[in-house]
Design a protein around this ligand. Structure first.
Ligand code: S3P
Length: 172
C-alpha cells in the first residue's frame, strides 16, 4: 500500500534523458505523491509544443514560464516536480526550486543519454547535437550549474528504476 511520506515537494533536475520522467512516474506510484511534469504543464497551458514555444517566443520566454510554475508549486505538498532539463540553468529558478523542497539531480553518461534520446525529435536544444560528442559537450557546459543546484546527486547508469528510487528515498 502506497503511503503519503512527504510533506514537501521533491524537485527532479538533470540533463535530457537522465531519467527524470521515468523516476517521477515510479516514485509517484510508490508513495502516492502527485506529479507535475513541468514541460507538459507548460505545453498544455500555452496550447503549444515545447519546440513551438521555443521557435515562436524564444528560450527566455520559456524559462520565465518555468520560473512562474516553480513559484506556484510552493503552495503544494507531496508533489514530485519533474523539471525540464534546462530549468536549473537559471539562478532564479534554482532559488524557487529550493523553496519547494529537496532538489535531486539525476545524472547519466553521454552514451546513456544518447541511447535514450536518439529516436525522439521533441528537444529543440539537441538539434544539431545529437551525437555522443555533442551531448557530452553540452553536458560539460551545464555540469557546474546542475551540481550547484542539487541537494542530492544520483547516477542512473546501469541501474534499474527501482534501484534509483530506493537510493533517492534513502538519501532524502
Ligand atoms: C530542455 C530540456 C527539455 C525541455 C526543453 C529544454 C533543456 O526537457 O524543457 O526542450 O534545455 O535541456 P527534458 O529534459 O524533459 O527533455
Amino acid at each position: 500500500q502506497a503511503r503519503k511520506l512527504f510533506d514537501y515537494n521533491i524537485v527532479l533536475i538533470g540533463f535530457m534523458g537522465a531519467g527524470k520522467s521515468t523516476i517521477s512516474d515510479y516514485l509517484s506510484t510508490m508513495f502516492a505523491m502527485k506529479i507535475v511534469e513541468m514541460d507538459q504543464v507548460i505545453a498544455e497551458r500555452e496550447q503549444m509544443s515545447i519546440p513551438d514555444i521555443f521557435s515562436t517566443y524564444g528560450e527566455e520566454y520559456f524559462r520565465d514560464l518555468e520560473t512562474g510554475l516553480l513559484m506556484e508549486m510552493q503552495s503544494h505538498k507531496n508533489t514530485i516536480i519533474s523539471c525540464g532539463g534546462g530549468a536549473a540553468l537559471r539562478e532564479r529558478n534554482v532559488v524557487e526550486m529550493k523553496k519547494n523542497g529537496r532538489v535531486v539531480l539525476l545524472t547519466a553518461s553521454p552514451k546513456t543519454v544518447y541511447d535514450r534520446v536518439k529516436d525522439s525529435d521533441d528537444r529543440p536544444v539537441l538539434r544539431g547535437r545529437k551525437s555522443i560528442k555533442g551531448i557530452s559537450e553540452l553536458m560539460e557546459q551545464r555540469r557546474e550549474k546542475y551540481e550547484a543546484a542539487a541537494d542530492i546527486i544520483i547516477n542512473t547508469d546501469n541501474k534499474t528504476v527501482l534501484k534509483v528510487c530506493e537510493e533517492l528515498v534513502q538519501r532524502l
